[in-house]
Ligand binder design. Structure first.
Ligand SMILES: [Fe+2]
Ligand SMILES: [Fe+2]
Length: 468
């Protein structure tokens, strides 16, 4: 999954917190606004009931109670005021009669107001037409200017009656809804503005400079030119760019030192490699001198092996190992007594058996080493008298049991030896040599190698002439 960007994380957090904040604000506002509105409406209901009470009292004192319906009709006609009714208490009915039929209507809510002597409010703001019903009792009092007991034959504190009215809250609710909607819209707009502003700020002051810094750092490393710190608007990025410049300079410096050291190491390694190569070759030459073999036999065998290795499709490293190891193929002859090694005539059977030991001796001299060059040389020393048909020595290996190095050196060693005069033989002419080699194809020599040699005889002859 792709990782989120700084911008995405910041904006997501910001959006979540702002949304929660505005939601909390809206809830608090709604609850408080409702409480305040209810309080105002209740006060309004109390005020209207006071007016009704004063109006009825004045009707009573003017002895025009029969006309009170006109007054109540006017009150009912007031905006938002509905269903204003008066309810007489039993005491007033007993004294003045039951009055208007409506003045007798009672329900459990009016009963509650009569019993408690306190106003009862019922708020219903969940319906389509929300309303507040208020039942405000009139209490017989001797205080203030009006002394109720002058007219009413009741005790002080008796509930004389009550006003029951309803106030229409539709308008209040609409105003509240509009106000909350306005607050919501303003809040949402500000959230949007804050988010967009942050989006642009992060893009401009974080994301863009960061991308620029990454690219400039790469350029600084590759082109060795420091980052221009003035390109960054913010102080933090300027600091980081400066640090990167210092770091890059250090890396470049170290890189140069390492490159120089590597070059020195390469030269040293080449020197060691050549020294080793020459040492091995010289060991071969020492053996060659002692055997009184033709000059440059070792060198030519080395070059022929290299060429045949190439023709056989060996890898570059394998050819390198083969050509480095080939000079040591007869190193074991250092262990053969002069009487046998340098004997001019044909060897007796016993002498020949001693002579054959040079393979094992060569192997013993070289195989102790873990270096692949000497390991290769050990194989060649051990196997360069093996024959493809298994009739060779010392192990009597056949076919591909014989290592490719062994098969190659066997062929080129014979190819060079036949062309040279030895203490035990005269040198052969090329046609004779080729006839012999082709005759031994598949018996003494690997047939494929014979084919490579015959097909490329000119290249082999070029070596022969060059290192005569
Ligand atoms: Fe040999
Ligand atoms: Fe040889």
């Amino acid at each position: 999954m792709q990782k989120p960007t700084i911008k995405r994380i910041t904006l997501k957090n910001l959006m979540t917190f702002l949304m929660l904040l505005s939601l909390a604000t809206l809830v608090i506002l709604t609850v408080n606004f409702r409480s305040i509105s209810v309080r105002i409406i209740e006060d309004k209901a109390l005020a209207i009931s006071e007016v009704v009470k004063a109006g009825l009292t004045s009707h009573m004192r003017a002895e025009i109670m029969a006309k009170r319906d006109y007054f109540l009709a006017e009150i009912n006609a007031l905006t938002l005021v509905n269903n204003v009714t008066i309810i007489r208490s039993k005491e007033v009915s007993d004294q003045f009669g039951t009055g208007h039929w409506r003045e007798k209507e009672r329900d459990h809510v009016t009963e509650q107001a009569f019993k408690s002597g306190r106003p009862v409010f019922i708020l219903n703001d969940l319906e389509m037409k929300p309303y507040l019903r208020a039942i405000v009792p009139f209490i017989a009092s001797t205080e203030e200017q009006l002394n109720c007991l002058k007219c009413h034959e009741v005790k002080e504190g008796t509930v004389l009656g009550a006003v029951d009215l309803r106030l229409d809250l539709t308008e209040y609710r609409n105003v509240t809804a509009k106000l909350l909607a306005a607050i919501g819209v303003v809040t949402f707009t500000f959230i949007l503005l804050i988010v967009v502003n942050n989006f642009r700020t992060i893009q401009r002051y974080v994301q863009d400079p960061l991308n620029k810094l990454i690219k400039k750092s790469e350029d600084a490393y590759h082109t060795h030119t420091p980052i221009n710190v003035d390109e960054f608007e913010c102080l933090e990025f300027e600091h980081v760019a400066k640090e990167i410049n210092l770091f890059t300079q250090e890396v470049i410096h170290r890189h140069e030192v390492i490159e120089k050291k590597n070059l020195e190491l390469e030269v040293m390694s080449d020197e060691i490699e050549h020294t080793l190569q020459e040492t091995i070759f010289t060991m071969g030459v020492i053996e060659e001198q002692r055997s009184k073999e033709t000059n440059n036999h070792t060198l030519r065998v080395t070059k022929y092996s290299q060429l045949l290795g190439d023709l056989s499709g060996l890898s570059e490293r394998e050819v390198e190992l083969l050509s480095m190891a080939a000079p040591l193929h007869d190193i074991g002859k250092l262990g053969i007594p002069d009487a046998i090694l340098l004997k001019p005539g044909k060897l007796t059977e016993a002498e020949y058996e001693v002579m054959k030991n040079h393979c094992q001796m060569g192997y013993n001299m070289l195989s102790h080493s873990k270096r692949d060059v000497l390991q290769s040389a050990a194989i060649i020393a051990y196997q360069h008298h093996e024959k493809w048909d298994g009739s060779g020595y010392p192990q009597g290996l056949a076919g591909e049991e014989i290592h490719i190095y062994g098969r190659i050196v066997t062929l080129v060693d014979v190819f060079d030896a036949l062309a040279a005069k030895r203490i035990y033989k005269e040198k052969w002419a090329l046609p004779e040599i080729l006839t012999y080699i082709e005759k031994q194809r598949g018996s003494q020599f690997d047939p494929k190698l014979v084919d490579f040699l015959v097909e490329n005889i000119d290249a082999f002859l070029a070596i022969k002439h060059r290192y005569q």
